[in-house]
Design a protein around this ligand. Structure first.
Ligand SMILES: C[S@@+](CC[C@H](N)C(=O)[O-])C[C@H]1O[C@@H](n2cnc3c(N)ncnc32)[C@H](O)[C@@H]1O
Length: 264
């Protein structure tokens, strides 16, 4: 909310919301708001940098970095071309907000063989909550096999729902997605000497650990930080204590995004 209010000074958030509401697979996760807040309060780390957001969805964090005008270039990417189309419209609708910062949208699927469209060097990669997204991954899967009737996927969806309710993490099933994400991060990092990737992701059972395991297998180094922003930590403590009624189902492991910084 803080971010959206701040952003509305610079960006037509109503238009963004209009496009967002028809995005098929990606709404705005609370983690994306946190990432946007983090990027805003640490805008200096993007000074004169080329930044790419992976699995952007609505791309709020990318737009915030662009509107802060510190970065030279911001590329907002997602594997879902419909999402990218709406991102492009949002870029055009808000082009006046970015001044000299070049802002682009890009369709980037983490498992694509041809990475020539990211042959450019990026200093910073950011991504959010991508390491453990079962529902969205399933939608991408359905998109890929769109010729199959939707009923084909129902047992699978029900299985996921029951398993999730039992608290069982199904991310092992999506290890391919972890591998693809780790691979693209490694590819991006190896392109520029001192670049790093900044991720925000809740722990969600073993989900994040599984992604980090895959990252390690790919030779990536990482640090995980819990308390990385005063405001975010204050909100988190509030949800556990005095503001408990405002988010009854708040669960640290499931909702609180950890900051992960990845280097080669
Ligand atoms: C949970 S959403 C997060 C969206 C946004 N970052 C946020 O937090 O609001 C995950 C995003 O990653 C994208 N995604 C998932 N798997 C992907 C893949 N293999 N390649 C590219 N994008 C992918 C989805 O299309 C979706 O927009």
């Amino acid at each position: 909310m803080v971010i959206t209010n701040w952003l509305s000074q610079y960006i037509d958030t109503d238009r963004c919301n209009a496009y967002k509401s028809i995005m098929s697979s990606a709404g705005n996760c609370p983690s994306e708001d946190v990432l946007a807040l983090y990027c805003l309060s640490h805008a200096d780390i993007f000074r004169s940098k080329k930044v790419i957001e992976l699995g952007s969805g609505y791309g709020l964090a990318g737009f915030v970095i662009a509107a802060a005008k510190e970065a030279t270039e911001v590329v907002i990417s997602d594997g879902n071309s419909q999402v990218v189309d709406y991102t492009q419209r949002n870029i055009e609708a808000n082009s006046g907000a970015f001044e000299d910062t070049v802002v682009k949208s890009m369709t980037l699927h983490w498992n694509q063989e041809d990475n020539s469209n990211v042959a450019d060097t990026f200093d910073i990669n950011i991504a959010i909550d991508c390491s453990c997204d079962i529902a969205v991954s399933l939608k991408l899967l359905i998109g890929k096999y769109h010729f199959l009737p939707i009923a084909f996927f129902y047992p699978f969806i029900i299985w996921i729902k029951i398993s999730s309710e039992k608290g069982f993490s199904l991310s092992t099933f999506f290890k391919d997605f972890h591998r693809d994400l780790a691979r693209i991060v490694k590819h991006l990092l190896s392109k520029a000497g001192s670049s790093e990737a900044i991720f925000l992701s809740p722990k969600r059972g073993y989900s994040l650990d599984l992604f980090l395991e895959v990252a390690k297998e790919n030779g990536l180094h990482f640090s995980v930080m819990e308390n990385y922003d005063k405001e975010v930590w204050k909100r988190h403590e509030g949800f556990l204590n005095e503001d408990r009624d405002s988010w009854l189902s708040y669960d640290k492991g499931h909702h609180y995004p950890l900051l992960i910084r990845i280097t080669l």
